[in-house]
Every structure is written in structure tokens, then in C-alpha cells.
Ligand binder design. Structure first.
Ligand SMILES: Cc1cc2nc3c(=O)[nH]c(=O)nc-3n(C[C@H](O)[C@H](O)[C@H](O)COP(=O)(O)OP(=O)(O)OC[C@H]3O[C@@H](n4cnc5c(N)ncnc54)[C@H](O)[C@@H]3O)c2cc1C
Length: 469
């Protein structure tokens, strides 16, 4: 008997790995498609869904985090199942999933950070943005991370929105912190922080800064901090001044206006300082066991024949005293067993969302990738929607080739049987809702949006005890 996949009697079975924005948009695109019937099983490493919406987006940006309501709706659609607390690569293997599903979509994000490639990066006090962001957002893996906030001077290398998020979080007053969903133990440490000076370091000029209005808009209103930039930093080389005039680039113009608006600010000894520094490349993180400073070389900018801006290093070196360094210079996919990895791009190896063999370049049948794992760490939450739709279109283009009796999967074991057999305590979406309810209740008692659970053990315990009640 020949079978057509994607019908009511034989739905298309898709496993999505990861429950961040890209995973949910891929699920939505399949479930809302009128031409096929699909069943989605979404596997998430944590008991909690939503990826960086929960564990990355800054805690003073609650409005942005409310995008999760859209994902709630997707999760409530027929034919959608969520399996939290299940790690692909260890709890479930690629082979097990390929035995059960017609296709796998990897939506695993880009969870590992890039290094600066300078000496001293391993000193105490030198951290990746990933660690700090995950800590202040209550990611269970980073609950016990240590940051020496008794230091007065901090350097943040990078000038994108993540770097600005870190600068803002370090600059929040206790009152401002109290309004966020920063976990209690982190709030206490931030409140006791001795940080006074936060230096943001970019290798190119003010026109090339990667941040957007999202990162800067609250900075002028911070109660306990003043942002400054040396006006000389904003004196543009001829070619880059021309870039601004010619650009029509809204982000570039907005960024420059923001920097101009803070260029007349003066240091206020009663407040923290956020300093924007341009045209500097780190050369070394200095100190003994612990960081005492960062040595940087001054860069000059030039434009190539195609109008692209580059930098070249001069011989001017300076060392900025600081006891903490955060690098925010990019993310890459953390390689997982069974996933084809493109080491150069730091992504799952793919062409337009179809996974390819990293060595041969041949398309791997039935495997796809979306989001940051597909294109690298670029774009805002909304960017992931068209990106996931584009990958699903490729999957649906391939679907006719899979129909036929020899490809019918026996489904000898259901996922539930498979996970139960391995003693894995998976968390379905309704159980995540229990976690969320308690987090909101705890938050209400403390007059904050939520009080996050920061260990998997606590999350599983609360589910069990609520179910007993
Ligand atoms: C610090 C930071 C702040 C940001 N702030 C904003 C903002 O304010 N506004 C905005 O629009 N965008 C923001 N972004 C960008 C936005 O978060 C991303 O565009 C988006 O989250 C990417 O979605 P994704 O689904 O590809 O990956 P992710 O959101 O990273 O989701 C990946 C998911 O996969 C899971 N996973 C990974 N490996 C496995 C595995 N082996 N098994 C099972 N599950 C796995 C992870 O636990 C995670 O839940 C921010 C990004 C960062 C890093």
C-alpha cells in the first residue's frame, strides 16, 4: 500500500529541537498550513520553554518578553506536544528521532560564545556575555556562576544590544532592579555591587556600532547612571561622515543622534558612568590570576573600493584599568552529537535551512534548521518568523519525495514510552504552566513580574506538589 504523508490518516510527523522563537514559528508554519496535516513534538532541554525570550532578553525589557503569549497560543494548537526537560543528543538521539519522525527541525539557537582570541581571556574576572546574561536571567545552568561585583571598573567588549543590556543591568539602582524578574539571589548581588564605571568598547567607529534603539532608549532615563562619550570620538573621518550623509540608514542615524545627545553629559560622582569608547581593539587582558586591566590598540578606519568600512591598527596602545571584563563579540552553535556542524560559520551546516553533511556538502534527508542555529546570531525575535517559514517551505518542497510504502515509520515506540523507558522526567506544556503560575504568584508577593525558579529540581518538585494538592 502506498502512503501519502501529510494527510489526516497519515500526518507528517516533525520533531522540533528547541523551544525558542524559531522553533515556535516553525511549528506554527506547519500547523497552520492548509495543504498538509502535521503533528509536532517539540523537545526542549529545560523544563521551561521560549529560549532566549526567557533566558536572554534583558529583564528590564518585560514588554519584549511578552511575545511568549504568541507562543502560548501555538502550544495550544491541536497536534502540538511539548516535551520539556529533554535534551537532544543525550536523552534522545538523532537515530531515535529519525526512527519515529519524518523530519527533524533543529531550533537549538547559538548558545556558545566566541572568544576574542587575545591572551588573558581565561583570567579570573574575564567572562563571556553568555554567562552573565544567563545568570541574571535565572538559567539553571548558570545559577552558581560567580562575578566579582566588588570591582569598581568594568570593560564590556562589543557594542551590540547584548553589550548594552549588560551595561544597563550593571547600572540599575535597587529600585529599578526590584521591578524586573531578575531572580532574588542575583538581585541581592546586584544591589550590593560596587561597580562605578562601565566601559563599552567597539573596534570600529560610532557609525558602525551594532546596537539599536532597543538597547539605548532607556539609557538617558537610568536613575543611577550617566552615559558619556568623548565628543572627539564623534568627529568622523571624512569617508565615514559621508557614509552618514549618504546612508539613509535609520539605525545608523539614530545611533549617532543618541551618541551626540550624551556627548555633552558630564560625570556625576553620585552616579555610575557608562562610557562609550570607539576604534579600540583589545590586545591582552592583563593581571596576575585575576584581571586588572585590558590593553587596547587604537584603530583607524578606511573604506574599501566597494564602500565597506574596515579598520587597521595603529601603534597606539593603552591599558584601561578594570577588574571585570565581559566579552560580547558573538555567539555560535554549541556542537551536539548527531548534528552536522559548520565550524567556520558557527552554525548547523545547512543550505537555506536544509541540513547538509559538513564534509561532503550533500543534503541530509529529512533534517532542517531554523533561527540562530541556521543563520548565526543575528536578528531580533521577529526575524525568526520569516526565517522559519522559509525553512518549512523547503521541507514541504521535499515532502512528495518521501511518500511511499517503504518509508512508513513503524512507530514501534511512542515518545512517551521511549522517555518513560529511560526514566526521564519530561515536562509537558501544562506542567510548565504550573511552574509559571507559581512564579507569577511568588512575583506578585514580591511586587515583581515573576520570581523565577532557578533549579530544575525546584521546578520538578513544584509540579509534583501542585499535582498532589
Ligand atoms: C542577551 C540577548 C538579548 C536579546 N534581546 C533581544 C531583544 O530585546 N529583542 C529581540 O527582538 N531580540 C533579542 N535577542 C535576540 C533573540 O533572543 C533571538 O533572535 C532569538 O531568541 C533566537 O531564537 P532561536 O529559537 O533561534 O534560539 P533560542 O532562543 O536560543 O532558543 C534555542 C532553544 O533550544 C534549546 N536547546 C538547545 N540545545 C538543545 C538540545 N540539545 N536539546 C533540546 N533543546 C535544546 C535551548 O534551551 C533554547 O530554549 C536577544 C539575544 C540575546 C543573546
Amino acid at each position: 500500500m502506498s502512503v501519502t504523508i501529510g494527510t489526516q490518516s497519515r500526518p507528517l510527523r516533525v520533531a522540533i529541537i528547541g523551544s525558542g522563537p524559531s522553533g515556535f514559528y516553525a511549528a506554527e508554519s506547519l500547523l497552520k498550513n492548509d495543504t498538509i496535516v502535521a503533528e509536532i513534538d517539540m523537545f526542549e532541554y529545560l523544563p521551561t520553554p521560549f529560549g532566549l525570550v526567557r533566558a536572554g532578553v534583558a529583564p528590564d525589557h518585560q514588554q519584549i518578553k511578552s511575545v511568549a503569549k504568541i507562543y502560548d497560543k501555538i502550544a495550544s494548537m491541536e497536534n502540538f506536544r511539548f516535551w520539556g526537560n529533554v535534551q537532544f543528543g543525550s536523552d534522545l538521539s538523532r537515530e531515535e528521532l529519525l526512527d519515529t519522525f519524518d523530519a527533524i527541525i533543529y531550533a537549538i539557537g547559538a548558545q556558545s560564545d566566541r572568544s576574542m582570541g587575545v591572551s588573558g581571556e581565561d583570567k579570573k574576572g574575564s567572562h563571556s556575555a553568555t554567562e552573565f546574561v544567563a545568570w541574571y536571567n535565572g538559567h539553571p545552568d548558570y545559577k552558581d556562576a560567580q562575578f566579582d561585583l566588588s570591582q569598581e571598573k568594568v570593560a564590556i567588549v562589543g557594542m551590540g544590544n547584548v553589550a548594552l543590556d549588560i551595561a544597563r543591568v550593571l547600572a540599575l539602582t535597587p529600585d529599578e532592579i526590584a521591578k524586573t524578574d531578575i531572580p532574588h539571589h542575583v538581585q541581592e548581588q546586584l544591589k550590593a555591587s560596587k561597580v562605578r564605571e562601565i566601559n563599552l568598547i567597539a573596534r570600529r567607529g560610532p557609525l558602525q556600532a551594532a546596537f539599536t534603539n532597543t538597547g539605548t532608549k532607556e539609557i538617558p532615563d537610568l536613575e543611577g547612571a550617566v552615559a558619556i562619550v568623548d565628543p572627539e570620538e564623534l568627529m568622523l573621518e571624512n569617508n565615514t561622515a559621508q557614509t552618514l550623509t549618504d546612508s539613509g540608514d535609520k539605525k545608523m542615524v539614530q545611533n549617532f543622534q543618541f551618541l551626540e545627545s550624551i556627548s555633552s553629559n558630564e560625570i556625576d560622582p553620585s552616579k555610575r558612568v557608562i562610557r562609550f569608547m570607539f576604534r579600540k581593539s583589545p590586545q591582552e587582558i592583563v593581571g596576575g590570576d585575576s584581571v586588572t586591566g585590558i590593553t587596547m590598540v587604537t584603530n583607524e578606519l578606511f573604506t574599501d573600493d566597494e564602500g565597506r568600512i574596515h579598520h587597521t591598527m595603529t601603534e597606539d596602545l593603552e591599558t584601561l584599568d578594570c577588574g571585570l571584563v565581559f566579552r560580547s563579540v558573538g555567539y555560535k552553535v554549541r556542537p551536539v552529537d548527531g548534528i552536522q556542524y559548520d565550524a567556520k560559520r558557527g552554525t548547523v551546516a545547512n543550505v537555506e535551512g536544509r541540513v547538509i553533511d559538513a564534509d561532503s556538502g550533500e543534503t541530509v534527508r529529512g533534517e532542517y534548521v531554523v533561527g540562530w542555529a541556521k543563520r548565526g546570531a543575528s536578528g531580533v525575535i521577529g526575524t525568526n518568523k520569516p526565517d522559519s517559514i522559509a525553512t518549512v517551505e523547503k521541507l514541504l518542497e521535499d515532502l512528495p519525495q518521501w511518500s511511499g510504502d517503504e518509508l512508513v515509520k513503524p512507530q514501534a515506540q511512542t515518545i512517551k514510552e521511549l522517555l518513560d523507558g529511560k526514566n526521564i522526567h519530561y515536562v509537558p506544556f501544562e506542567d510548565w504552566k504550573i511552574i509559571e503560575k507559581i512564579e507569577h504568584e511568588e512575583g506578585k508577593a514580591r511586587e515583581k513580574p515573576r520570581e523565577k525558579f532557578v533549579t530544575i529540581h525546584e521546578m520538578i518538585s513544584v509540579i509534583k506538589s501542585e499535582k498532589l494538592d
